[in-house]
Design a binder for this molecule. Sequence first.
Ligand code: R1P
Ligand code: URA
Length: 257
Amino acid sequence: MTSKRLYHLGFGRDDLGTVPPTIALLSGDPERSHFIAKTYLQGDRLLSANRGLNSYIGNLANGRSLLAATSGMGAPSLSIVVNELVQLGIRQIIRIGTCGSIQDYVPAGSIVISQAALCRQGAANDIAPVEYPAAADPFLTVALVQAARELGVEYHLGITASVDTFYEGQERVDSANPHLMRSLQGITAEYRRLNILNYEMESGTLFKMAGVYNFAAACICTVVAQRRSSEEILLKQQADSGGNAIAVAIRVIENLA
Ligand SMILES: O=P(O)(O)O[C@H]1O[C@H](CO)[C@@H](O)[C@H]1O
Ligand SMILES: O=c1cc[nH]c(=O)[nH]1
């Protein structure tokens, strides 16, 4: 574990108190990290807001110290943040994100818990071979399922497509680039037939890093777009906060204590 201040995170081990957290909730959006801190952490403190990678520390009601950190969007940014979190002693990371559903039976407003990812991400190839499994930690993942059941939250457990781009890579044509490469035309239908549930942009690299660096990772995402019917983001407010997904992840951490 390092004692230096990490360049991108903007804080170091000495800023984390006498009993430093070993668990981080990691959101793509700094507003979500702020929401977690304000809603669930007692004595919450902003550690840094470097490059929009806002990190907060505080205690849950049971006294456990927790870090609410921000990955930014996409795997390259996530890879930097996760590397630095692990340098600071973080051993369990739950990504709390948003996603687009590609299955009829996974509606907007529900939650997807990823058991594994189809990882179509360049950053991951710098960390492990392309064939390396992008698998979630089974114990954290089952704990997320149990917590969702306890809280009565609609969840779907399955495989996530984790890709590098929001527009082309998720086969969106309502964008500045309506001309998708042939290799991407029809990819959503193909993924649907492969029983993939959703699109997002970080879990694949997170899961591969967990395997290589030897920490536990899980991912829970709020569905904010239903790609069977539209390319639009339907639930802007949930994209900002993701209340149910956060409540489920917090319950998991409370149950660990
Ligand atoms: O809401 P977050 O956590 O950022 O996750 C999703 O939202 C962003 C795209 O809108 C990507 O980062 C994607 O993975
Ligand atoms: O459709 C979506 C919604 C959120 N995040 C994504 O990556 N895709």
